[in-house]
Design a protein around this ligand. Structure first.
Ligand SMILES: CC(C)(COP(=O)(O)OP(=O)(O)OC[C@H]1O[C@@H](n2cnc3c(N)ncnc32)[C@H](O)[C@@H]1OP(=O)(O)O)[C@@H](O)C(=O)NCCC(=O)NCCS
Length: 380
């Protein structure tokens, strides 16, 4: 007899110890390896945060230079991968491409040891680095343009914008893109990270773990809420119309996307930072339409919820879609960006899982029948 209680969706179940990330939902705080997300965004680049997640400490200058050189040298993708992107069915989603590409990339890992089950994720940074190139190349090809080779002199975020548009982004845009990647790099034991750890626990490769995690992120209950937020913003159209739109949606018992979170019971700290970025980009472009609509949605929604005694706040997705729009990123790339940003977090969990591995093997509560007799097919 087991004394472990049944918990649908494993809600509330603690399945492992982890030192990578702390989501403090009550106080609206997020820490990677003990550093607050605000501190990381202010002082570090995405490449530094990748190092932090993979090694559990911030790099000193020498460590960082060699790590960054390795990451940047791995940015370009070879002809077979480019062909795969071009030939991938046009009506498929880029997340399907990403999932397949990671499995395909593993066939191009040069070093023998990297093919073994215990490949060293720190050395096989293709998943992190090349996912970004794949997303940009996908957009270039699908919009009828040619591949833009990555730059080695730009930050990870700036290089992504460069590969998308073919021209170097401004300082503000570069900083915001890189920070958006930091904000999405890790978030505890969510569905995709748990998926990566389950795969890692079978002693499979990190490529299999990442590919499976991308599959989990593809689902609309996980990635993708920011796309829905922008559908809402487009539907509202103009500031001044948001209040009526939200009231009607709530009357019809519809969810307001980008609001609420399973863990955060205060404003998501990433949403606080994203809101600031949206403001700064709006200011630079002298276009506050998205910002004003979203602030009006937030105010109306929170007022209605407070009246019902439900304090519900914006999550990271509430402002991120509008930030990406102002960075001129097409909506279909929103979830792929989440995937390329989360790759270091997934890898960190794969490494942690391997340090003290135990195969994940929960049980189901059997509610089926027993001892049935097979009736011959002719008599069924
Ligand atoms: C994220 C989410 C699934 C969390 O759901 P949850 O854990 O059930 O949230 P709570 O327990 O705090 O919900 C409390 C109540 O507020 C309501 N609520 C929560 N978020 C809401 C939203 N965005 N719009 C309308 N009502 C909402 C719930 O329906 C629930 O109502 P009830 O008490 O009448 O059943 C939910 O907030 C949601 O669907 N948000 C929109 C989608 C989104 O932005 N997802 C991205 C998450 S990062």
């Amino acid at each position: 007899m087991s004394n472990v209680e049944y918990s649908k969706g494993l809600e509330g179940v603690i399945a492992a110890e982890s030192r990578i990330c702390k989501v403090d939902g009550e106080n609206g705080k997020l820490y990677y390896e003990g550093y607050s997300i605000g501190d990381l965004v202010e002082h570090c680049t995405f490449e530094e945060v990748t190092y932090l997640l993979l090694y559990g400490k911030l790099p000193n200058e020498g460590e960082f230079v060699s790590f960054q050189t390795h990451m940047r040298a791995s940015r370009d993708i070879g002809e077979p991968i480019r062909r795969m992107i071009q030939e991938f069915p046009n009506d498929s989603h880029p997340m399907e491409l990403l999932q397949s590409v990671v499995a395909y990339l593993s066939g191009y890992v040069e070093h023998k040891i990297e093919h073994s089950a215990y490949c060293n994720c720190r050395d096989t940074l293709h998943q992190v680095v090349q996912l970004t190139t794949v997303v940009a190349a996908y957009e270039r090809y699908k919009s009828g343009h040619s591949y833009v080779r990555p730059s080695k002199s730009l930050s990870h975020g700036a290089n992504f914008l460069y590969m998308l548009s073919g021209h170097e982004p401004g300082e503000l845009e570069a900083k915001i893109m890189d920070d958006c990647l930091i904000l999405h790099a890790e978030h505890g034991f969510n569905a995709s990270t748990f998926t990566a750890r389950v795969v890692a626990s079978t002693i499979s490769t990190c490529y299999s773990a990442i590919s499976a995690a991308i599959g989990a992120l593809f689902g609309s209950l996980h990635g993708g809420a920011n796309e829905k937020v922008m559908e809402m913003v487009d539907d509202i159209g103009q500031p001044g119309q948001a209040e009526a739109w939200v009231n009607k949606a709530l009357e019809e018992k519809r969810k307001i996307m980008g609001m609420g979170h399973r863990v955060y019971k205060a404003k998501d700290p990433r949403a606080v930072i994203m809101e600031d970025y949206l403001y700064r980009l709006s200011e630079k472009k002298s276009d506050f339409r998205y910002y004003q609509i979203l602030k009006e949605v937030e105010r109306t929604f929170r007022e209605r919820m407070e009246e019902k005694g439900k304090p519900i706040y914006p999550n990271v997705d509430f402002f991120s879609g509008a930030v990406y729009r102002l960075l001129e990123i097409p909506t279909r790339l929103f979830t792929p960006i989440f995937a390329m940003a989360r790759a270091p977090g997934w890898l960190a969990h794969v490494l942690e899982q391997r340090q003290d591995n135990r195969l994940y093997r929960p049980k189901a509560l059997y509610v089926g029948e027993r001892d049935k007799t097979v009736v011959p097919m002719s008599k069924r």
